[in-house]
Ligand binder design. Structure first.
Ligand SMILES: Cc1cc2nc3c(=O)[nH]c(=O)nc-3n(C[C@H](O)[C@H](O)[C@H](O)COP(=O)(O)OP(=O)(O)OC[C@H]3O[C@@H](n4cnc5c(N)ncnc54)[C@H](O)[C@@H]3O)c2cc1C
Length: 392
């Protein structure tokens, strides 16, 4: 039976970046992905799922050697953010605006299709040694005797490792089979994603408008092409998923409510349920959770992948081969990992909930506060938080 230092279940963005980080840290790795890697080339149709990766995490991708494998034609830097509230009485000044601190960063971050990032990480792995891949298969059974992990796959093959990382997204099988419970709180919204063209919009600028029902994020992808994430109340989303192209364009124009010229829908549409998810613990014996398997936050500040990359950085700063071999040292490291990451995720979730309640929830108590407008918040901790997250 083949042995590895680390087995990673889930080869999405977080699992594949974790595999690269593990190899760089000197571990042998088996990466198991239930799906099949989708090939992306400059002419492929765009992946509807797009992520904003903060500058700090772009630097991490560079350090790991992943950045150079991204399809350069399919990434877009953004240097500014403009956020406004369409419902505030003083709506022309109700805004938060900020730009990159060019003394410390080249931009606030990059926007890229999720597939592009996954493919780049897999390319990086294939250029190195010490990593085996299994696609279109998954773990059926896990034995964890405290000293090592034995996994059996659906095809009957078995492997052993000292650590099993679950990076399987929200519905993690490994998390469930370890008996780690989660708290899940629906936001009562779906995130509708699509690509649009705007006739005239500021270059390299990520835009977000708050409306009754939810915010719309408008993220630059290339000249005049934008990926949108439109948070819509559960139930109403199906109208905007299925309505005619013209009606959709009219709806988006109203949701943006700024003069960026004509809106053109240029892709399919898809919608994802939005829920906050918190695993009650991030490790159990030799099993550890990363990315959406451990936590899920509202996409309104684009923090999901960024938090997952933060998990990976933290985890591998606390591990080496001697620690993996020693049960007590491993427990101490994983406890530190859990404490630090739960605290970071809590801070992010609380900020998301605050923004959600201030700008999405329509209760009468909050309305007067909200209508004071984002301009009052322009010098507040919320703005500082937005800037910090964009950079870190
Ligand atoms: C509408 C929307 C917009 C978003 N925008 C942003 C953004 O701008 N910036 C940002 O940082 N985040 C964003 N997010 C969040 C981000 O998409 C997630 O945080 C991110 O996808 C988490 O990555 P992951 O690798 O942990 O999980 P996933 O992306 O869910 O990947 C999990 C992988 O594991 C595989 N898998 C599942 N089960 C198994 C199994 N049993 N065995 C083996 N493999 C398995 C899956 O096939 C998949 O490849 C957004 C989310 C939504 C819904």
């Amino acid at each position: 039976m083949k042995r590895y230092d680390i087995i990673i279940s889930g080869g999405g963005m977080i699992g594949s970046i974790a595999a690269v980080a593990a190899i760089k840290a000197g571990f042998s790795v088996l990466l198991i992905e239930a799906g099949k890697m989708k090939k992306l080339n400059p002419d492929s149709q765009r992946d509807l799922r797009v992520s904003a990766i903060s500058w700090d995490n772009i630097c991490t991708l560079k350090d790991l050697g992943i950045y150079s494998h991204l399809l350069a034609a399919r990434i877009q830097a953004y240097t500014q953010m403009k956020v406004w509230d369409n419902r505030a009485t003083n709506h022309t000044t109700a805004k938060i605006e900020f730009e990159a601190d060019f003394s410390q960063q080249q931009c606030l971050g990059y926007l890229m299709e999720n597939n592009n990032l996954v493919q780049a990480a897999w390319h990086t792995l294939k250029h190195g040694n010490n990593c085996d891949f299994i696609e279109e298969n998954s773990i059926k059974n896990i034995e964890n005797d405290g000293l090592q992990i034995r996994v059996e796959l659906n095809n009957g093959d078995s492997y052993k490792s000292r650590l099993l990382i679950a990076a399987e997204g929200r519905n993690s099988f490994v998390r469930k089979s370890a008996g780690i419970n989660i708290k899940e709180k629906p936001y009562g919204q779906r995130g509708l994603v699509a690509y649009i063209k705007l006739e005239k919009a500021p270059a390299e600028t990520a835009l977000q408008a708050f409306n009754d029902g939810g915010p719309i994020g408008i993220l630059p992808i290339e000249n005049n092409v934008f990926s949108i994430v439109w948070s819509l109340p559960e139930g109403k989303h199906s109208h905007w998923l299925n309505c005619s192209k013209l009606d959709f364009e009219e709806g988006v124009t109203q949701a943006i409510a700024h003069d960026f010229g004509a809106v053109k829908l240029i892709s399919e549409r898809a919608a994802f349920p939005l829920t906050q998810l918190d695993a009650e613990k991030y490790f159990l014996n030799r099993i550890v959770l990363c990315g959406d398997s451990a936590h899920g936050v509202h996409p309104l500040a684009g923090q999901g992948v960024n938090l997952g990359i933060g998990d990976i950085k933290q985890l591998f700063s606390l591990l080496d081969l001697n620690i993996l071999k020693d049960q007590e040292l491993l427990r101490i490291s994983l406890r530190k990992y859990q404490r630090r990451r739960i605290s970071k995720v809590k801070e992010t979730s609380q900020m998301m909930s605050l923004l959600h309640h201030l700008f999405v929830d329509d209760s009468h108590i909050k309305k007067p506060i909200r209508t004071l407008g984002l301009n009052l918040l322009n010098n507040s901790p919320i703005k500082k938080w937005f800037i910090q997250q964009a950079g870190s």
